[in-house]
Design a protein around this ligand. Structure first.
Ligand code: MG
Length: 203
């Protein structure tokens, strides 16, 4: 199992971090050791003083594919969940400034809490999914899948040109605006529409 992720997929989030709008999807990976299930707490690591939450819709792949045509990409995932792409923003900024990879800033242990997955049949329109994140009861991020620069199908097709996708792989599809710092003691709650899927305590 592997975790793939796209950066800079929501225009308003690109603006808040003063990033350039990409012509092609910006792809990175997280190792399987980043994944946390069942609302386990997140333990604030000692190598960063600036960890950000980024709530994202996550696709679960259901079959193997390589060079997948966009037209058929929708047959390669069968469920959507919610994830948090925890990012050590201080490490990432240092890496970005030097033109170095984001691997450690994005891939550290526990950096990918993932919710249960909802079958596609639960969604009326996958191009119009509302999702959100509350921190200590306050809504901090609100997104809708219609606002993505690159659609689910485009992301799958693009990644599969380079990397073979397998059943069980996960794809984080980007975060909307409103990212921010976590502090020890915070409670992060993630929603798809009105359904609460994530509840992560920062320890
Ligand atoms: Mg992200």
């Amino acid at each position: 199992m592997k975790i793939l992720a796209i950066g800079r997929n929501y225009v308003e989030h690109i603006k808040e971090l003063n990033n350039e709008r990409p012509d092609e999807p910006v792809i990175f990976t997280k190792p399987d050791t980043a994944m946390v299930r069942n609302n386990q707490p997140f333990y604030f690591p000692d190598f960063s003083t600036d960890i950000h939450y980024e709530v994202e819709l996550v696709l679960r792949l259901c079959k193997m594919g390589k060079n997948i045509h966009e037209k058929f990409a929708h047959t390669y995932y069968d469920a959507i969940g919610l994830g948090i792409d925890f990012t050590a923003r201080d490490l990432q900024t240092k890496a970005k400034n030097k033109g170095l990879p984001w691997a450690l800033a994005k891939g550290f242990d526990g950096s990918a809490p993932v919710s249960e997955f909802l079958p596609l049949s639960d969604f009326k329109d996958i191009n119009n999914i509302n999702f959100s994140l509350k921190v200590d009861g306050q809504v901090k991020q609100q997104g809708n899948s219609s606002l993505m620069l690159f659609s689910f199908n485009q992301i799958i097709s693009y990644i599969s040109k380079f990397i073979t996708l397998r059943s069980g792989d996960l794809i984080f599809t980007g975060t909307p605006k409103g990212v921010g710092q976590i502090k020890i003691g915070n409670i992060l709650e993630g929603y798809i529409e009105d359904k609460k899927l994530l509840n992560v305590e920062i320890r």
